[in-house]
Design a protein around this ligand. Structure first.
Ligand code: BES
Ligand code: ZN
Ligand code: ZN
Length: 498
């Protein structure tokens, strides 16, 4: 889809459809809706009066112009109550409208800048959100569908009409970069495990490096042994697919220092290992590499936005499978920093591979670390599918992360890291065990990771509840969400700017 800026009058544009808005509780159309209403001899006013158009958030009413204006259709989108409007709602409403119009065969679409000036929403914020809404909301994973379906056209061109073309273009570009990076992560997560193996993930990293001028390095088993990555090697030993350790780097300033390491869990399929999972829902575990995909895609965005900061993404990638060579419950393995781990549940594998990746981040001298992982079902139980769980040893960094998520709509909630939880991980025969008791599982998992991070400022994000969705809603479509790519990018941009 081409997204472009234009100046001029929205009712004079010749496109398949124009998008205008209406707010809940307003008696008359305003702005572009009023202009369209005038040309349409009061149709919109009439529909508001009749109660057909209520202005409720994400309500779309389609009006055919029947030749009275150059555009064939007018989509009136509800933006909810004016005083409750924010950029997240704009992003979602534009997404819903775009999907609706795609279903009607609309190929070219134009809209004014939605909601700018209301509740301090700036023009560039709105335009960026509109762009993200269109790109994220129209996302579809259709790679493996061979039949061309009806009602699945394509919006080829989206024109945003406003005052200052250059300002609009800059906001469009940023929105496109962020949303396309999130979509790239979605593509990787939606891909089934027979198409997304550890080796394929490494290939995807190489591809990103080639496309965007990033540095890439991939370790295979030999190198992992040399480094003592007992966690990654242990988890991978039950699988036919060889593991990979992926290092993707963005250099934004001329220094060997690494300002931020982004670590992502890359389990390309989590069967649970010998502690095998129940079959119901096991297919979802193809998405257990969502953390890894998100950190790789974040670097894709950074490479285009070019902040003056150095960021390295680290992704330990492997399957977690049961087999005659698999790790057994009770086995003791040694992580890269020499700590011994008693593996009491082979399904708590994410923390084992992340332990090595966190050690590697420390070895690189990273000044801060954010890790992203579909780590625990317990986090999904605790927070549902609305919020990502956040855990940290550093309030300043945690605040930055959570604030960035409020802007992008990728919500997070911080959970405690009290020392008392660490006691639950005491092992009788090793330095630490990989599970706690039945309760507080998201927190004990975070405490486990904390042992490998030590004092480096660090935030751990458990996306087990947020990485995928089973409903189409706003800018989310069924499947992978692309969380938290836009947030991570914003955090890095904020760090670079100060
Ligand atoms: N990948 C899972 C966590 C998960 C569950 C992600 C549901 C997304 C949706 C993880 O490796 C796992 O199996 N965790 C166990 C830990 C337990 C054995 C301590 C869990 O959450 O049950
Ligand atoms: Zn598991
Ligand atoms: Zn897992």
């Amino acid at each position: 889809m081409e997204i472009k800026a234009a100046t001029g009058d929205i009712v004079k544009i010749k496109v398949d459809a124009i998008m205008v808005n209406h707010y809940e509780g307003m008696k008359r159309p305003e702005g572009a809706a009023a202009a369209a209403d005038k040309v349409l001899d009061g149709v919109i006013t009439q529909l508001i009066k009749q109660g057909d158009i209520k202005g409720k958030l994400n309500e779309v009413t389609l009006i055919h112009s029947l030749g009275r204006l150059p555009a064939g259709r007018i989509a009136v989108v509800g933006l909810g109550k004016k005083k409750e409007l924010n950029t997240n709602k704009i992003r979602g409403a534009v997404a819903e409208t775009c999907r609706y119009l795609r279903g009607k065969g609309v190929a070219t679409l134009a809209s004014g800048v939605q909601g700018a000036g209301i509740n301090d929403i700036k023009t560039e914020e709105s335009v960026q959100a509109m762009t993200e809404g269109a790109v994220l909301g129209l996302y579809a994973f259709r790679r493996h569908i061979t039949k061309k379906e009806d009602n699945f056209g394509e919006i080829k061109q989206f024109t945003i009409v406003g005052g200052e073309k250059r300002q609009l273009e800059k906001a469009i570009e940023k929105g496109q970069i962020l949303a396309e990076a999130a979509n790239r992560a979605r593509d990787m997560v939606n891909e089934p495990a027979n198409f997304m193996t550890p080796a394929t993930m490494a290939e995807a990293a190489r591809q990103l490096a080639k496309e965007y001028g990033l540095k890439v390095e991939v370790f295979e088993r030999e190198k992992m042994k040399e480094l003592g990555m007992g966690g990654l090697l242990g988890v991978s030993q039950g699988s036919q697919q060889p593991p990979r350790f992926i290092i993707l780097s963005y250099q934004g300033r001329p220094s060997p220092e690494i300002d931020m390491a982004l670590v992502g869990k890359g389990i390309t399929f989590d069967a649970g290992g010998i502690d095998i999972k129940p079959s119901e829902g096991m297919e979802d575990m193809k998405g257990d590499m969502a953390g890894g995909a998100s950190v790789m895609a974040t670097l894709m965005a950074l490479a285009q936005l070019k902040p003056k900061i150095n960021v390295t993404a680290l992704v330990p990638a492997t399957e977690n499978m049961p087999s005659g060579t698999a790790m057994k419950p009770g086995d003791i393995i040694t992580a890269m920093n020499g700590k011994t781990i008693e593996v009491l549940n082979t399904d708590a594998e994410g923390r084992l591979i992340l332990a090595d990746a966190l050690c590697y981040a420390k070895k690189l001298g990273a000044k801060a670390i954010i890790d992203v992982a579909t780590l625990t079902g317990a986090c999904r139980v605790a927070l549902g599918t609305i919020c990502t769980g956040a855990f940290s040893n550093n309030d300043t960094l945690a605040e930055k992360v959570i604030a960035a998520g409020k802007e992008t709509g990728e919500l997070m909630w911080q959970l405690p890291m009290y020392e008392e939880y660490r006691e639950l991980l005491k092992s009788d025969i090793a330095d630490i065990k990989n599970i706690g008791n039945r309760y507080g599982g998201a927190i004990t998992a975070a405490k486990f990771l904390g042992d490998f991070v030590e004092d480096t400022p660090w935030v751990h994000l458990d996306i087990a509840g947020t990485s995928e969705t089973d409903k189409e809603k706003g800018y989310l479509v069924k499947g992978a969400t692309g969380v938290p790519v836009r947030m991570l990018t914003n955090v890095v941009l904020a760090m670079a700017h100060k």
